[in-house]
Design a protein around this ligand. Structure first.
Ligand code: ADP
Ligand code: ZN
Ligand code: ZN
Length: 673
């Protein structure tokens, strides 16, 4: 018997591909891109074959045999391996850590039974027999032009579909999909949404439009069995449309012909731990690599994307009007909280507007991006506040559960009966979260059907969908919600949006705060008046409570003027030398003592030459302590992406060899700094 050497990427923190021997006749050699079971550190592990060679530099007596190759599964494509390789290089992580975690657990277990069973199950599913679209509505001229442009695009073609809220971007995606499915015999389409809660709405639309096409969904709340089946449907090319959240960007899609990124500006496309990738950026790379079109859709594009469109690198396709003829953009008005003093967080103007909606049988949404009852409780006699013992933050009051809870480390305690310092029994909630607003409103409108939607009210699996269904059915008068309700939802009966307290974000240290606040306000405002108004009715309204009536951000929201606001932000960024005019990476360090984290970063700062790259001083993170560890960071910047990348490669090399007990990690293109 002959043998060959399999070079196998494993999901280990070591930056390496490992050699294993495989005995077989030459014609039976495994293929690059197949999965192989090996023993590593006394464990059986599944790896990915990235190369097959005749010789190994590992001495023969040290070389182990691979245990099995999953020959029943076709290999992942060369292009997919290149994508994983690019992500590994760009984000400075080991290849195996990029390539393997997205592969379902049941493919990676030592036994092959689960895989064989799933393949059998998949074989029984009806194929994509008919890509004909059903119930296609007539598009308006701008929608049609956009859909045709995308559907007929050839080669790499990044498109920014810049459409105001309610402009019917979904229809454009669906009709572009129809063109691609009709033209490309086996073609696959990847559609991404930022939030898992948006998948059911779009999944419903896709299934109704393409009943004869196999659709696979990929997101974090699938069971292992479902995940396996859907991943295989994508990998085998059986699924023609794949809908997913950010993790879907690493799906194996052998016949990918079109990528759609809905709400491309959304920060959720950025993974915030482990491999800290931007799914949107990887999607653009993937489209470039495969020479296919990619659509980035948004009413408030990220400044990065807007900048590309302004420079002509992305084709800008605007949808300037709402798709439903009688639906105009809502009127946005500011309420001066200095004059109209709020009671229970609500100004009298907002209360009057809510009352009017109730009388008319229309729905209202109150937006407040803070869950819990109140963000802190305090003792008015000695000044004690409920801060978290383990974090630089407060314990949030969850009144219904009689608990204080830290939203950063999940520490919980019963609400103290009296002040831990002075014994005073009169502890007061300070500030207002969604639960407190709910309580106040219910007292004000005892008859009203009020529903709160936030991370606390939707913990149980399926409960978020139930809540959204209740709203869609019209069984809710006032909806109270956090950013969970702000995005993408097509609430047809909603005619009033009240925004309770957006001011705090105006003065954030984070230079992206105003971009984000603007996007968030435009998004949540965009939930109002989507279905158009009845004969004689008045236009939908958005009321923003503020103490800063003159702030330019609010004037831009009032005039729905993204273009001008984005230009002025870009100008500021250019003058201040900030992204997208500058490229950044962030080295973070964690240790029980802040001094150790800072010392490690200082050492890191001085350990390599760095022409063309600026390294700032180490500083504590603004929320320094979380769960009893102190965190510090070091920001690295360069006007040249290649210069930054070259530096990072060398730097990581040195840092990986450095002996330290400090836990550290690198983030390329950080969003929060
Ligand atoms: P966006 O994602 O741009 O905010 P949607 O895709 O949710 O907007 O569309 C908003 C509403 O307009 C939806 O209810 C949709 O059914 C409707 N719509 C879209 N296109 C058309 C059209 N051409 N004619 C009539 N209604 C449309
Ligand atoms: Zn006290
Ligand atoms: Zn905590």
């Amino acid at each position: 018997m002959a043998h060959c050497i399999l070079k196998i990427a494993l999901d280990t923190p070591l930056n390496a591909v490992f050699d294993y021997r495989w005995t077989c006749e030459d014609i039976d050699r495994p293929q690059v891109g197949q999965f192989a079971l090996v023993s590593f550190a006394r464990r059986e592990m599944m790896g990915l074959i990235v190369e097959i060679a005749d010789h190994s530099d590992v001495p023969a007596d040290k070389l182990k045999d691979a245990l099995a190759v999953r020959t029943q599964l076709s290999p992942v494509s060369k292009q997919w391996l290149a994508l994983a390789g690019f992500a590994a290089d760009y984000y400075q992580r080991p290849l195996g850590e990029v390539a393997l975690p997205g592969v379902p657990k049941n493919v990676r277990v030592p036994k092959s039974v689960p895989l064989d069973n799933a393949l059998k199950k998949l074989a029984k599913l009806p194929d994509s027999h008919d890509p004909t679209p059903h119930n296609m509505p007539v598009l308006n001229a701008q929608q049609q032009a956009a859909a045709d442009f995308i559907g007929q695009a050839n080669g790499y073609q990044p498109v920014l579909l810049y459409g105001v809220t309610g402009s019917g971007k979904t229809e454009v995606y669906l009709q572009a999909c129809a063109e691609v499915l009709a033209r490309e015999a086996d073609g696959q389409i990847l559609i991404m949404v930022p939030e898992i809660n948006l998948t059911p709405q779009l999944e419903g639309n896709i299934r109704a439009r393409f009943p004869g096409v196999m659709l696979a969904t990929l997101h974090s709340s699938l069971s292992e069995g479902e995940r396996m089946l859907h991943w295989l449907a994508a990998h085998t090319g059986r699924a023609r449309i794949v809908l997913g959240t950010r993790l879907a960007i690493l799906a194996s899609l052998p016949h990918l012909k079109l990528i759609v990124i809905d709400e491309e500006h959304d920060p959720s496309y950025k993974q915030q731990e482990g491999l800290r990738y931007s799914a949107r950026d990887l999607a653009v790379w993937r489209a470039w690599q495969l020479k296919i079109p990619i659509v980035l859709g948004s009413a408030t594009p990220s400044l990065e994307t807007w900048h590309h469109a302004q420079a002509g690198r992305y084709t800008l396709l605007p949808l300037r009007e709402r798709a439903v003829k009688s639906a105009v953009l809502p009127q946005v008005k500011l309420i001066d909280m200095e004059r109209d003093k709020p009671r229970d967080g609500l100004t009298s103007s907002l209360v009057a507007a809510l009352k009017l909606r109730m009388e008319r049988g229309e729905q209202s949404l109150l937006f407040l991006n803070r869950r819990g009852y109140s963000p802190v409780i305090c003792c008015e006699s000695c000044g004690w506040v409920s801060d978290c013992k383990r974090c630089t933050s407060f314990m949030v009051l969850h009144k219904g559960e009689y608990k204080l809870r830290c939203h950063h480390c999940s520490l919980e305690m019963r609400i103290p009966r009296h002040c831990p310092t002075c014994g005073n029994i009169d502890l007061q909630p300070v500030g207002r979260g969604t639960q407190r607003v709910e309580e106040g409103l219910q007292a004000m409108f005892p008859e009203a059907r009020i529903l709160r939607i936030d991370a606390d009210s939707t913990r149980r699996k399926g409960s978020a969908q139930e809540a959204f269904d209740t709203v869609h059915r019209g069984d809710v008068d006032i909806l109270i919600g956090t950013q969970m309700v702000a995005k993408g939802h097509d609430f047809k009966k909603l005619t009033l949006v009240g925004i309770m307290n957006p001011d705090t974000a105006l003065f954030s240290q984070d230079y992206r705060a105003s971009e984000r606040l603007f996007a968030q306000l435009m998004q949540v405002a965009g939930r109002a008046g989507r279905a158009g108004q009845a004969e004689g009715g008045s236009a939908a309204e958005v009321l923003i409570q503020t103490r800063y009536m003159q702030h330019p951000l609010y004037s831009a929201v009032v005039s729905h003027d993204y273009d001008r606001f984005a230009s002025s932000l870009l100008q500021e960024r250019q003058q201040a030398a900030l992204p997208p005019y500058l490229f950044q990476a962030l080295l973070r360090a964690e240790a029980p003592e802040l001094a150790n984290a800072l010392a490690f970063l200082a050492q890191a700062r001085d350990c390599v030459e760095h022409p063309g790259v600026t390294i700032n001083d180490p500083i504590p993170m603004s929320m320094t302590r979380v769960h009893n560890v102190d965190r510090a960071q070091l920001l690295v910047e360069s006007p040249s992406r290649p210069a930054l990348q070259a530096f990072l490669r060398e730097w990581m090399h040195v840092l990986r060899d450095m002996k330290t007990r400090v836990k550290w990690s690198l983030e390329v293109d950080p969003l929060d700094i």
